[in-house]
Ligand binder design. Structure first.
Ligand code: NAP
Length: 265
């Protein structure tokens, strides 16, 4: 697959899980990578695992809670690589707290990291993609972006918001050669449930039982890459939990019963 050879790809949330798996898979396809997340040490670890030479790799750590320097980050990438072919908006974190127990601060941070940061990063790469007359924006939503679910109110709201923004962006930029893929993972075996925020504002620190036997991050990355190659507009990735999305579409009353029977974990 030569689709990715020498392509400059900026991946957020590259220090673990789906982002790490994407970085390793895309490096094998000879892409040039910019790896972002908060933990610089973990990004260095992933960078080493890619086996990419310094020329083809940039470690760009930052916190998605504050993307006010996003233009400078994009400029840094352009200085080194001269272009940006793909932005994979993957970094984010989940929630395991009931509406009644969740503070406004937690709600706002979930929206900041999972929505506003994604659109800010996208907006700073778009002018370069417009100039190139090509580019791909990939955004990792969730099945929680398709329906609300227990203990995930603001996380689900942020993921829903991504659909509104990125579906609009697709319509507005396709004539410029810019494509948009929205990925909706179901349950993927990563640290996402351990890192989910609780009502106390701390991480849950325990993997949800439903994630223990879920699809691997590596398999998820393969499916995302396939969807990129096929120029899909949206793709669902995961196991039997994805059925709920189809059931909601065609049998809303049945969905309404089934969703109430699901465990939040
Ligand atoms: N796994 C699933 O079942 C599942 C399902 C649906 C959607 N998703 C979505 O998939 C994406 C990747 O999650 P994952 O499953 O791979 O979980 P993960 O292993 O917890 O990875 C999350 C990544 O996001 C980064 N991140 C989190 N908060 C950040 C912040 N404030 N600033 C910068 N980077 C931040 C983390 O890096 P640092 O900690 O180093 O910052 C890490 O690299 C997320 O958007 C998640 O919502 C996952």
């Amino acid at each position: 697959m030569k689709e990715f050879k020498d392509k400059v790809i900026w991946i957020t949330g590259a220090s673990s899980g789906i982002g790490e798996a994407l970085a390793l898979a895309l490096a094998k396809k000879e892409a040039r990578l910019i790896l972002s997340a908060r933990r610089a040490g973990e990004l260095q670890r992933v960078g080493k695992l890619t086996g990419l030479p310094e020329l083809d790799l940039m470690i760009l750590p930052f916190d998605l809670n504050d993307t006010s320097n996003a233009s400078a980050w994009a400029a840094q990438i352009i200085n080194k690589f001269g272009r940006i072919d793909m932005l994979i908006n993957n970094g984010g974190y989940s929630q395991r707290s009931a509406v009644l127990e969740t503070s406004e601060e937690i709600d706002r941070s979930l929206m900041e990291v999972n929505y506003f940061a994604q659109i800010n990063l996208t907006k700073v790469v778009l002018p370069y993609m417009k100039r190139q007359q090509s580019g791909k924006i990939i955004v990792i939503s969730s099945i929680a972006g398709k329906f609300g679910f227990f203990l995930r109110s603001s996380y689900s709201a942020a993921k829903h918001a991504l659909h509104g923004f990125f579906e609009t962006l697709r319509l507005e930029t396709e004539s410029l050669g810019i494509k948009v893929l929205i990925v909706c993972p179901g349950k993927i075996k990563t640290n996402v449930s351990l890192n989910a925020v609780t009502a106390k504002g701390t991480s849950k620190n325990e993997m949800d039982p439903s994630h223990q036997d879920a699809m691997s991050a590596e398999e998820c990355a393969i499916r995302i890459i396939r969807a990129i190659v096929q120029d899909k507009e949206e793709v669902l990735v995961g196991g039997k939990e994805l059925l709920l999305v189809t059931i909601r579409r065609f049998f809303p009353k049945l969905f309404s019963k089934l969703v109430r029977k699901q465990s939040p974990y």
